[in-house]
Design a protein around this ligand. Structure first.
Ligand code: AKG
Ligand code: FE2
Length: 437
């Protein structure tokens, strides 16, 4: 992938400001009614985007809508566990657990793409060091630094052991400007908690048990609404937390000039370095080896691809909408706090073959909803927007492999309460994007 300047700018292209849209919809024309797509799309979580303007924008391009229901029933649990409401940020450490090797066979033969090789730097927006690149690069130093060596940390219901990663002496700044202080995607559990209302919990359970809806947003781009059950999401959060606190875990990438990305990042499988836009076997600033992609994550990816392929097979424009198979060997996990964002960019640092074949990027959204922009130009004002909610999976491959995309904003307080109660996930959004090099 090549996050290039989109990542640097964080999506704030100068004085345009943000034009927010509320409610769940896919593209729309100015003045058009929202395109509500099937059941899930009507069920936006309700408290999203409050207090924001709801100016409309975005042009409608292709909106093909298919609604499919799976028979999958999520067991969301009924424990009504306590929810923590503090918003303090913690820096902790943990141990890394080896995972099974991710190995999948796809009907399409992409095995030729499985060999790691150096990626040439590919910058889509090279040489545009205009105001956009440095403006809005607020240094979000919001994490509590590690003070000495902690041995155990308790969040969720689970004790997580501190590993050697991030021991005392880690002052939080790498020579390349990255903020290397350990970042825990979950909050520490404290005594004082608030319970969610049963109304909210029931609403979430209803949503979770209704299956999911599949939508072709544009040729090659498919949105699987509510694809991941709450239990799946809980598992993914717990796993990411565990990995994120160990070797190669979450950090805040920076650029040599002091600018920091507006998100925390962890790579699985292979490392992607935002400074060079290259993939590699180790992380340059600390030499750490990225954890493997957990086997279960890849299973979700395979299922998402298969379901998307079945969906487009029924489409009238089969060839156009096609999504090839993909065997992920890279997963980039991003955590956006409430102020996180990501500027428009193309994912271009995978191998030329992978991109040429249109192998999809598969993206999981967990936690707070996000305003996701996409379009054919690197221009926020011309981009279309879709709100990605917790449990949604988005694929962009085939004709959309080179789409510009980014995250305009995180919608506060929109994460499923059950998920937060079960995991203590901190306010914000966890995003995982899977790719094949
Ligand atoms: O957070 C998202 O939805 C997008 C992330 C992304 O574009 C990336 O990691 O390259
Ligand atoms: Fe991307």
């Amino acid at each position: 992938m090549n996050h290039d300047e989109g990542w640097r700018s964080g999506g704030r292209g100068g004085p345009r400001g943000r034009s927010q849209a509320s409610g769940q919809r896919v593209n729309r024309q100015k003045g058009e009614r929202p395109v509500t797509v099937g059941r899930s799309l009507d069920e936006s979580s309700g408290n999203r985007s409050r207090g924001r303007g709801s100016r409309e924008r975005g042009r409608c391009k292709h909106v093909q809508v298919y609604v499919e229901k799976s028979s999958r029933v999520a067991n969301v649990g009924n424990s009504a566990q306590e929810e923590e409401v503090k918003s303090q940020e913690d820096g902790l450490g943990s141990s890394k657990k080896p995972d099974e090797d991710a190995a999948f066979n796809c009907s399409g033969d992409n095995s030729d793409l499985l060999q790691p090789s150096a990626s040439p730097v590919s910058r889509e927006c090279e040489g545009k060091n205009d105001g956009r690149m440095s403006c809005g690069l607020v240094n979000e130093m919001e994490d509590v630094p590690l003070s000495g060596q902690v041995s155990m940390s308790s969040t969720s219901d689970k004790k997580v052991e501190i590993s050697s990663a991030g021991k005392s002496g880690d002052v939080g700044k790498a020579p390349d400007g990255s903020n290397t202080r350990l970042f825990d995607i979950c909050l520490e559990k404290k005594g004082f908690c608030l319970k969610s209302s049963s109304f909210e919990l029931n609403k979430e359970k209803r949503r979770a048990t209704k299956g999911y809806a599949s939508i072709v947003i544009r040729p090659g781009m498919v949105l699987l609404k509510n694809f991941l059950s709450i239990n799946d999401q809980v598992m993914i959060v717990n796993k990411c937390r565990e990995l994120g606190l160990g070797e190669g875990g979450f950090y805040q990438p920076g650029y040599g000039d002091g600018a920091l990305l507006h998100l925390k990042m962890m790579c699985l499988g292979r490392n992607w370095d935002p400074q060079t836009s290259r993939y590699g076997d180790t992380r340059p600033h600390d030499g750490s080896v990225p954890p493997k992609i957990p086997f279960e994550f890849n299973q979700f990816v395979q299922k998402a691809i298969q379901d998307s392929q079945s969906l487009v097979a029924t489409s009238s424009k089969k060839g156009e909408d096609e999504i090839p198979c993909m065997s992920p060997d890279i997963c980039i996990a991003n955590f956006y706090t409430s102020t996180g964002r990501l500027g428009l960019h193309k994912d271009k640092d995978e191998s030329a073959k992978s991109i040429q074949k249109g192998l999809p990027v598969v993206s999981f959204s967990i936690g707070d909803s996000a305003e996701f922009l996409y379009g054919d130009q690197r221009d926020d004002d011309k981009a279309d927007m879709v709100v990605l909610q917790s449990g949604d999976v988005l694929l962009f491959g085939g004709k959309s492999r080179n789409v510009f995309h980014g995250v305009r904003s995180i919608l506060k307080d929109t994460a499923p309460k059950v998920l937060v109660q079960e995991t203590n996930l901190r306010p914000g959004r966890l995003n995982l994007t899977f790719r094949q090099y």
